[in-house]
Ligand binder design. Sequence first.
Ligand code: ZN
Length: 393
Amino acid sequence: MTLLTGRGDSSGTVAALDEDTLRTVEIGGTRLPLMGTGRIYVCGITPYDTTHLGHAATFVWADMAARILRLTGHPVEVCRNITDVDDHLLLQAQVEGVPWRSLATQQSYRFERDMDLLGISHPAFEPRSHDHVDGVVILAAELLTRGLAYERNGSVYFRGAAVHETAGLTRDEAMSLASERGGHPDDPNKDDPLDVALWMRSIGDEPAWPSPWGPGRPGWHAECTAMALTTFGATVDLHAGGADLAFPHHAYEAAQAEAFTGVHPFARSWMHIGTVMAENTKMAKSTGNLVFVHDLLERWSAAAIRLLILSRPWNESWEFSESELDRAEGELETLRSLESKPGASDTAAREVRHVLFENLDVPGALAVARDAGGEVLRHFDRLIGLTTVERWS
Ligand SMILES: [Zn+2]
């Protein structure tokens, strides 16, 4: 169906709008009408280690969100940052005895190669923290002026005692997540353990930039606040990242942005991608259960990895197993044979799109496309990136 819209009076020019342009994608319970370019900010990596399957799941799904939003006819820009000034990175560089910048460059290169192999589109923007230190200084200075931050011994802290309430967490829950996820609640400089550093005094040979409070470096959440505001202005349409970033990282990033701009909400919608588990534990360097993308690519196709990630709801956590990847390879073969069926169906193609618009339901849309087969399935495979990714060797 084509709908017509008038411009000016009834005898004036009319422009055709495709039905999909008037559709609204819903993500995580939030309807996301777009007018003009859609802006997606996705929290990227700290480049101190190799890409694991948990990273891959986050970035495949963020890529998928952009592809689905584009189906409505609107351009979509993705900003995926690289946190290259960070405690973990500095520590790892020290362990390896290499300059932190070299480690960051080397690991960023490997990460981008893995993203390419997985068929993840290049983001329009890929800011790096070290290029946005001035932005963090501006943020900290403004929040100090407004009385929302305080300076202590060369560091600047954001008053964050109330942030957990907007995140729907009790203070006890927030305290436990803060200590688990780099919030340093025991820092003696803080008025409240739930305050966070916007700016940190550099100690010893840590990298240091000049600031009104002496040489220092940016705080983690403040880096993303500065990169997002610089790239997209006061708001983003969709903010994505792994589920473990919801608190404290995203909650503080948003609180700081809103305090700085006065514009609420900072993110119109959020996408916290489900955690990938291995041996019943979250995949993490500290637990030693990481499954690296480049190791998987030696045994399975990139398309199978992508299909495995996309074959469940994006917000569910899941347990990785090699047998699931074998199953995904088998399913790919079945899909390829179903694609060779003749015929096309506009109704099925439309239904596929509309299922995708309901909370990015890729598994549901795959079922519809699979039933239709032929051209509908070929288009769907291209849309979800299964036909552009090749074997590693
Ligand atoms: Zn971030």
